[in-house]
Design a protein around this ligand. Structure first.
Ligand code: PEP
Length: 249
């Protein structure tokens, strides 16, 4: 049985004190969740929040890591540094990083390789923009993203990959993919994983949906057979909403 998961992505929101307050609230409320629960926080929160959540049901993720191992890269944070904070995951390939920071397939392949080599699990995001969806190109887009960055991984490495399908037109827009649209492409993605790593590995791969998933639509999305949970942006910033999404999984 593959892992079901609800993961939050705080993005560049909440100062340290606000982040600690939210993590504390979540820790108190999440005792025996039905699924894995992960929160992705800014780098500066990681060590404090990981320490706070030690021994709890909630794991911590970074939202990025460097594409270099170490050295003269001012302002960058390496995978090894992320791991040293107590974080267990890193979110890579988010559309905001692809779009605003020009993260290429090659760069993301290197980030993924370094994250895995340093013992982190990777939540790898893929998804098409609006024009690509309108042109019916969503399948070829996600296939190219997978082939360009993560299908070079070994079968052993693949075990530490969680995928997040996030249609860019649905992120932060209030537009959600319908359960039918999401299910269709999740099944397609699982099929690609099966072709590459075999059916058993595909059956074990967790594929999250992300894009305006909230406490109102989560249950319907999560009821789809190939949607194993959610990667949540805006609704992860409010404890009540994030908890309701966890409860829906
Ligand atoms: C995200 O950024 O990963 C995301 C899904 O954001 P939102 O839930 O706000 O659409």
């Amino acid at each position: 049985m593959r892992t079901r998961m609800v993961a939050g992505n705080w993005k560049m929101n909440k100062n340290l004190q606000e982040g600690v307050a939210l993590a504390t609230e979540l820790k108190e409320a999440v005792k025996n969740p039905n699924c894995a629960v992960v929160i992705g926080t800014p780098f500066i929160h990681l060590a404090t929040v990981a320490e706070l959540l030690k021994g709890s049901a909630i794991k911590v993720a970074a939202e990025n890591c460097a594409d270099h191992e170490k050295g003269a890269y001012t302002g960058e944070v390496s995978a090894e540094m992320v791991k040293s904070t107590g974080a267990e995951y890193v979110i890579l390939g988010h559309s905001e990083r692809r779009q605003y920071y020009a993260e290429s397939y090659e760069m993301l392949a290197e980030k993924t390789r370094l994250a895995l080599a340093n013992g982190l699990k990777v939540i790898f995001c893929i998804g098409e923009v609006k024009e690509e969806r309108e042109a019916g190109k969503q399948n070829e887009v996600v296939k190219a993203q997978l082939e360009g960055s993560v299908f070079g991984l070994s079968a052993e490495e693949w075990k530490n990959i969680t995928l997040a399908y996030e249609p860019v037109w649905a992120i932060g827009t209030g537009l959600t993919a319908t359960p039918a649209q999401a299910q269709e492409i999740h099944a397609y993605i699982r099929g690609l994983v099966a072709e590459k790593y075999g059916k058993a590995a595909a059956d074990d791969t967790t594929i999250l949906y992300g894009g305006s998933c909230n406490e109102k639509n989560a249950a319907e999305l999560f009821a789809c057979p190939d949607i194993d949970g959610g990667l949540i942006g805006g609704a992860a910033l409010v404890a009540e909403k994030f908890l309701a999404i966890i409860a829906a999984r």
